[in-house]
Write a protein that binds this ligand. Structure first.
Ligand SMILES: Nc1nc2c(ncn2[C@@H]2O[C@H](COP(=O)(O)OP(=O)(O)O)[C@@H](O)[C@H]2O)c(=O)[nH]1
Ligand SMILES: C=C(OP(=O)(O)O)C(=O)O
Ligand SMILES: [Mn+2]
Length: 608
């Protein structure tokens, strides 16, 4: 083929497209040099055509429709399976605005690096223009964005995870703020060069420019690095928008809970990645008379409503959940959600054309094709599904989805929960003494590393507000912002209570002390009875804990000794933890709000 064979087909912007959007797309196309530019309308026909093309290209494997209607398996490049925090950058003008929990990079240098990498990076590929709304279209709490990407997998995922297409594009006018998100897998194709099923690049950058509300992601197609509406926009950029505009963008699930007396509550809960958000969001209570319905499983945008109360929306439209550990015995609702219309990534393939992963059932099938496409048997000695394998599915398909999940005003929050994965020290549940203490509990979350990000599994790391990888500005300023929001809520007389939970405490023998999953409803019961003023609490150095006998253990198979261990406070370990917290606070070089550092002194005094 000769150079003359290169045909560029740039479809024009749809009628009515905002001129700034059209200009920006032209500029990105001029930089990245794709063969085609396609404006996505979000239609079913468009999704179908993308899926068909990806099956032909080998990016997706169509599952057996008898078992899993209209569902697909994607196998990533084995090097591109999780978020990479070392390659994730916050490029604020002032490095102290990124703070010690972020990788800061100079915005001018980063722009020049990225321009070099993106120069011609879409050669031979299609540039898709993906307009989207985070939050219900037209809600006062929603925000708009446009992602350009050369990955059809990302387009299809954005179609599930966001309100994507023409309607979102029409919302953007000359004075509407919108977030610019640029993504390339970084694998240009020379003329006639054959593609691979999962193109990516060893060089990866996930760069955020908070001041100009821009995201540039290069080299990865893994969801957390490439579905830019999610962690990059709805958390990193949105947290900065929220700081500037007086609201909160948080790594939180949202649920509606109804108690046996018919009172309805809404709860927001922040846990680090792969620490139980999706599971709690889809909880089926083990205790009679309680129901839990799903509003969101990963991200919440919260702000003071016209009524002065804290309200929240789920800005997403789908779930990008961890597959391993999801099974009929742990999360029936998730299993029922995944009946069809699902993209699975890096799970194992069964001989009958369905999928499998560790924890889906107790006994694995005798033979599988593992996530890397290799033959697998239970004797293989390695997991069949990648530990961070995922499902991507529309929220509306969830049987427990709440009737108010798309309420444009958001749901009223009655309780906020912080949690982490802690084998030791942290009790099953603690109530904060007040908002300031609650902010301290959020600020001091530590959690064992999971497979959701590259790094050493099990290593304890600080993950304040479960936002360490996701806060687009200085974490200490985030705490100050929370304190300010609390003060405003106090003025209007309705401050949600704050709690801390830990489902993951282990005994000396290494087994979980708490059965978790459906039984977590017992902890929710105590939390919401506290909110409803129905139950007392006991003082502990860490905060308020259930008085003996107040945690509902009826019919529960947990020994008295294990229950005691779940609430044990070891003063020596806590003194060591307090020292570690002091060192952590020092890393913020004087930026930690006084109301937060004072809580550490209170804790030390209570420990004696
Ligand atoms: N032991 C235990 N494991 C849990 C519990 N809840 C979730 N998990 C496991 O933790 C992993 C991550 O859960 P998930 O809900 O997907 O976390 P998310 O990434 O925060 O949404 C999965 O393997 C779950 O099976 C629990 O209450 N107890
Ligand atoms: C989507 C992700 O997160 P979570 O594990 O919190 O669902 C991710 O970490 O890429
Ligand atoms: Mn999740």
């Amino acid at each position: 083929m000769s150079i003359a064979a290169v045909t560029r087909s740039f479809s024009p912007a749809p009628d009515g497209t905002d001129a700034a959007v059209a200009q920006w797309v032209d500029d990105i196309a001029a930089l990245t040099l794709p063969d085609r530019v396609v404006w996505c309308d979000g239609s079913k026909a468009e999704w179908d055509a993308l899926a068909k093309a990806m099956v032909e290209a080998g990016t997706l494997i169509k599952l057996n429709a008898e078992h899993r209607p209209y569902s697909f398996l994607a196998r990533s490049d084995p090097s591109d399976v999780a978020r990479i925090e070392e390659r994730t950058f916050i490029c604020s003008v002032d490095p102290s605005d990124a703070g010690p929990t972020n990788n800061w990079a100079d915005p001018v240098e980063m722009r020049s690096t990225l321009e070099g990498l993106f120069d011609g990076s879409m050669r031979g590929r299609t540039l898709y223009v993906v307009p989207f709304s985070m939050g219900p279209i037209g809600s006062p709490l929603s925000r708009l964005g446009v992602q350009v990407t050369d990955s059809p997998y990302v387009v299809a995922s954005m179609g599930i995870m966001t309100r994507m297409g023409s309607e979102a594009l029409q919302q953007i006018g000359p004075s509407t703020p919108w977030v610019r998100a640029i993504h390339s897998v970084g694998a240009p194709l020379a003329l006639g060069q054959a593609d691979v099923p999962w193109p990516c690049n060893d060089t990866k950058y996930i760069s955020h420019f908070p001041e100009s509300r821009e995201i540039w992601s290069f080299g990865s197609a893994y969801g957390g690095n490439a579905i830019l509406a999610k962690k990059a926009f709805a958390l990193r950029i949105a947290s900065v928008m929220a700081r500037d505009e007086g609201w909160l963008a948080e790594h939180m699930l949202l649920i509606k809970v109804t108690n046996p007396r018919g009172r309805v509550f809404h709860v927001a809960a922040a846990f680090p990645s792969a620490c139980g958000k999706t599971n709690l969001a889809m909880l089926s209570p083990s205790i009679p008379g309680w129901t839990v319905e799903t509003v969101g499983d990963d991200i919440a945008w919260l702000g003071r409503g016209a009524d002065g109360r804290l309200r929240a929306i789920n800005p997403e439209a789908g779930f990008f959940g961890v597959a391993p550990g999801t099974g009929y015995s742990t999360n029936q609702t998730a299993m029922d959600t995944l009946w069809g219309n699902t993209i699975f990534t890096n799970v194992a393939l069964r001989e009958d054309g369905d999928v499998w992963w560790e924890g889906m059932s107790d006994t694995p099938p005798a033979r599988l094709i593992d996530w890397e496409g290799k033959e697998w048997t239970p004797a293989s000695g390695r997991p069949a599904a990648h530990p961070n394998s995922r499902f991507t599915v529309a929220a509306r398909q969830c049987p427990s989805i709440s009737d108010d999940w798309e309420d444009p005003q958001g749901v009223v929050i009655d309780a906020i929960i912080f949690g982490g994965r802690r084998a030791t020290n942290v009790p099953l549940v603690v109530e904060a003494r007040d908002w300031e203490h609650g902010v301290y509990l959020g600020a001091t979350i530590s959690s064992e590393r999971t497979a959701a990000a590259e790094g050493t599994l099990g290593e304890l790391r600080r993950d304040p507000f479960a936002m360490a990888p996701f806060c687009g500005y200085n974490m200490a300023d985030h705490w100050a912002h929370w304190l300010a929001v609390g003060q405003e809520l106090r003025r209007s007389g309705s401050v949600p209570r704050i709690f801390q939970v830990n489902w993951f405490r282990k005994g000396a023998d290494g087994r979980f002390l708490w059965p978790g999953f459906a039984e977590n409803s017992r902890v929710l019961e105590w939390i919401l009875e506290r909110v409803d003023g129905q139950v007392a609490a006991t003082e502990s150095p860490l905060g308020l804990v259930p008085a003996p006998g107040d945690l509902n253990t009826e019919g529960l198979d947990v020994s008295e000794a294990d229950l005691a261990e779940l609430f044990a406070v070891d003063a020596d370990s806590w003194r060591a933890e307090a020292d570690d917290t002091a060192a952590f606070f020092d890393s913020f070089e004087g930026r930690v709000p006084e109301a937060v550092s004072r809580q550490l002194e209170v804790l030390r005094a209570k420990l004696g």
